[in-house]
Design a protein around this ligand. Structure first.
Ligand code: GSF
Length: 207
């Protein structure tokens, strides 16, 4: 039985997009509440003391964060389109793909915040370069592990593909100057197919 769920998100958050794609793929209905976490009037900290989206509110008012915990919970709600293997090595492999994809986003977000939240004189190029290095290494690892396979894990669509697809989409959205396609043509081919899925199309960030 599906509970009444509410997701607090933002239209541009890649972590929230991952959760929304999981919901769409699993046909889980959920009320969506958008908030701007940087605006003084946001009420996000009432639900998540860390002040971050996404945050899932359950029917009893309980709050679940962060995105990895939310998707883990969602995958237990319905057997429709299982996205995370039940146990063991298979499960850990899919979660490690997710950690890699999320980790690339973490590094990109830190680079972006350095530009958007810090005055120019206080910006650290060494910090930016350090995190761009993680992005490059992470993409290289993803490209090598994907090779010419159709999906990241076990020849089937899983949370690993949602996480990696969201990461590539975030690169296009916020960092169009990072030209990852010529460096990783296999990722480009893979992403073209992923990005055409209704779940990805319905959750595109605003232009
Ligand atoms: C990251 C959430 C996050 O940083 C997750 O849910 O997976 N590990 C967490 N969310 C950002 C918005 S975005 O960059 O997607 C956020 O809410 N930042 C507000 C802040 O105060 O850091």
């Amino acid at each position: 039985m599906l509970r009444n769920l509410r997701l607090i998100a933002s239209p541009t958050s890649p972590y929230a997009r991952k959760v929304r794609i999981v919901m769409a793929e699993k046909r889980i209905e959920c009320e969506l509440e958008m908030t701007d976490v940087w605006a003084p009037e946001t009420t996000i900290s009432r639900f998540n003391p860390l002040g971050k989206v996404p945050c899932l509110i359950m029917d009893d008012g309980g709050a679940v964060f962060d995105s990895r915990v939310i998707v883990e919970y969602l995958d237990t709600l319905t057997p429709v389109g299982h996205l995370i293997p039940a146990s063991g090595r298979q499960r850990v492999e899919v979660r490690t793909w997710e950690a890699l994809a999320d980790g690339i986003i973490d590094a990109l977000v830190l680079v972006r915040l350095e530009h958007t939240q810090r005055p120019e004189h206080a910006r650290s190029q060494a910090w930016i370069d350090r995190h761009l290095g993680k992005v490059e290494a992470g993409l290289h690892a993803a490209s090598t592990a994907l090779a010419e396979k159709a999906w990241c894990h076990d020849e089937r669509f899983s949370l690993a593909d949602i996480a990696l697809g969201v990461t590539l989409g975030y690169l296009d959205f916020r960092f169009p100057e990072i030209r990852w396609r010529p460096d990783h043509p296999n990722l480009a081919r893979y992403y073209e197919k992923l990005a055409a899925r209704p779940s990805f199309l319905e959750t595109l960030p605003p232009a």
